[in-house]
Design a protein around this ligand. Structure first.
Ligand SMILES: [Ca+2]
Length: 208
């Protein structure tokens, strides 16, 4: 997914279109939700350039002509990135991590804010986003069942479980979950908060 984002940004860097607002479609075929703020405001919020924002907006509109995406639409778009796997469950986890206000809708501004954090954010910001992705119920605590569900959904992106012997795959997911959970549960509490997670990941990144 982020490769696609980077490709879009690189493409935007090669374009020379200018403008300070989102142009209206001359003959819209359906109601369109446009960004609630100006390009200048989005530039200030996200660090993206005007050309990058306009290019990303066009790409966003290609996939979602209405200007916003619900869970089902997001899952369909997401599935094109993983044509051989089962991406629905993971797409829902990503959706709820972008839809931070829990509106059940992703607008262009939401998507752009996430891209900005992942492209321009600090290591701590990016790791925090990953922790929030793993923290499925968003209560600030990562539990083993949540980590298991997340890892299982990642496996399904690549390997449709229905096509494999289920037990060995499940065992592998259990082992991965145990290994990561033990490493991240630095205080051996049986649960992991964001501070523990950041502390572990930042320490490891410094030693690599
Ligand atoms: Ca949780």
């Amino acid at each position: 997914m982020w490769h696609a984002v980077e490709t879009s940004i690189q493409t935007a860097n090669k374009t020379h279109q200018v403008g300070t607002s989102f142009k209206k479609n001359a003959t819209p075929s359906h109601p369109i939700s446009r960004p609630a703020c100006s390009v200048a405001e989005l530039m200030k919020r996200t660090k993206f350039s005007k050309d990058q924002i306009r290019h990303l907006y066009r790409r966003f509109k290609q996939d979602s002509p209405s200007g916003q995406v619900n869970r089902e639409q997001f899952a369909i778009i997401f599935a094109t990135l993983f044509p051989t796997g089962e991406s629905y469950r993971y797409s829902l986890y990503v959706f709820q991590n972008i839809d931070r206000l829990n509106t059940n809708i992703i607008r262009f501004e939401d998507m752009l804010a996430t891209f900005s954090l992942l492209v321009y954010g600090s290591m701590k910001d990016r790791l925090g986003w990953i922790f929030d992705l793993y923290d499925l119920n968003k209560d600030g605590i990562l539990t083993r069942p949540e980590l298991f569900q997340l890892i299982a959904s990642i496996f399904q992106l690549i390997i449709p479980i229905r096509k494999l012997d289920y037990r060995p795959t499940l065992n592998t997911i259990e082992e991965r979950t145990d290994r990561l959970f033990r490493a991240w549960d630095v205080h051996d509490k049986g649960s992991i908060n964001k501070e523990d997670f950041l502390q572990y990941c930042l320490q490891v990144s410094l030693t690599i």
